[in-house]
Ligand binder design. Structure first.
Ligand code: AMP
Length: 223
């Protein structure tokens, strides 16, 4: 029944780590960025609205994002626990999430903050490629696909995310830095915030992140 949040600037490895941790702990992985990109690809009204903000590197308005997220975590598959990736991004989102969970007598268990120096983030974002079909993530230097430009998993053509282009990356980092600091200020006093070193091999980072839910489970078992 673990309810976790993953925080980190763009390129910190949230998407990769969220998938790993959700898999290891049997939690539903909920990525608001993936949900918006899927809606945009399907051309739904929500997707078209979100696309206007995403392509400029801006946040989608709170009321749209909060409604979509709360509806997602109310579904049956999320009742056994979830790993949020990319939500909350604002204090209003964090407060709306806490209020919705409190109505069910529940609360967030831990917020894992993946920290990576900003110079490294810029390099990671510049080389990032993704598969629009299955969501696999690659990097031109650090994790190249076996066949140039093609997904190892499903063979689809890899693309660069519109908001990973040089002109929007700096703005995304600036906006995200301010918002992440605000969220740190919200969760730290509640004793929920855990800072985790996000440098090094992805598997090492996963190991560091898993120490937190492992310790929480051990506490629950002792009590
Ligand atoms: P991500 O994949 O998490 O980097 O998200 C990509 C884009 O989707 C962001 O730059 C925003 O435009 C939008 N987005 C994702 N999550 C949120 C959120 N929690 N609040 C507002 N906008 C979001």
């Amino acid at each position: 029944m673990m309810k976790l949040i993953l925080l980190g600037l763009p390129g910190a490895g949230k998407g990769t780590q969220a998938k790993m941790i959700a898999g290891r702990l049997a939690l539903v992985h909920v990525s608001t960025g993936d949900m918006f990109r899927e809606a945009a690809a399907e051309g739904t009204a929500l997707g078209k609205r979100a696309q206007q903000f995403m392509s400029r590197g801006e946040l989608v308005p709170d009321e749209v994002t909060i409604e979509m997220l709360l509806e997602r975590i109310a579904r049956p598959d999320a009742q056994a626990g979830f790993m949020l990736d990319g939500f909350p991004r604002t204090l209003a989102q964090a407060q709306a999430l806490d209020a919705a969970l409190a109505r069910r007598g529940a609360a967030i268990d831990a917020v894992l903050y993946i920290q990576v120096p900003e110079a490294e983030l810029l390099g990671r974002l510049a080389g990032r490629l993704g598969c629009p079909q299955c969501g696999a993530i690659y990097h031109l230097q650090n994790r190249p696909p076996r066949r140039a430009g093609r997904c190892d998993e499903c063979g689809s053509e890899l693309t660069k995310r519109a908001d990973d282009r040089a002109e929007t990356v700096a703005e995304r980092l600036r906006v995200n830095r301010e918002q992440t600091e605000a969220l740190v200020g919200y969760y730290a006093p509640a004793g929920k915030l855990h800072r985790v070193d996000g440098t090094g091999e992805p598997a090492q980072v996963t190991g560091r992140l898993l120490l937190v839910p492992d310790a929480l489970s051990a506490e629950v078992q002792k009590a």
